[in-house]
Unconditional design. Structure first.
Length: 94
C-alpha cells in the first residue's frame, strides 16, 4: 500500500457524522432547516464545533458516546477473531 493511499484511508468523514448528528438529534433545530443551531468541521484539529442549546449538546454527547461504545465492541470482536476480520478486509493492491 502506498503512503498516499494510507493517508487517504485515514481521512475523517465529517459530512456523514454531521448528517447523522443533525438528522438524529433535534433535527428541527439546525441551521440547515432554519433553526438556530450550527455545526462546523475543523479537519486540522480533528474536531467538530457546534452552537446549540445545552440540552442538544448533552444529546450529541450521548450519541457520540454510544458510537464510541459500538466502535470499541467492533474492535474488541476483531481482536478476538483476527482470522475472520482479515477475511472481511479487501485485498491490498501494490
Amino acid at each position: 500500500m502506498s503512503p498516499a493511499s494510507c493517508g487517504k484511508a485515514q481521512e475523517e468523514d465529517y459530512q456523514s457524522l454531521i448528517e447523522l448528528i443533525t438528522t438524529s438529534v433535534s433535527p428541527t433545530t439546525w441551521d440547515e432547516v432554519g433553526g438556530p443551531g450550527s455545526i462546523t468541521e475543523f479537519p486540522h484539529s480533528h474536531a467538530l464545533g457546534f452552537s446549540q442549546t445545552t440540552e442538544v449538546h448533552e444529546e450529541v454527547a450521548e450519541l457520540l458516546a454510544e458510537l464510541r461504545r459500538v466502535r470499541d465492541k467492533q474492535i474488541e470482536a476483531a481482536r478476538a477473531f483476527p482470522q475472520e476480520a482479515a477475511k472481511s478486509q479487501p485485498a491490498e493492491r501494490e
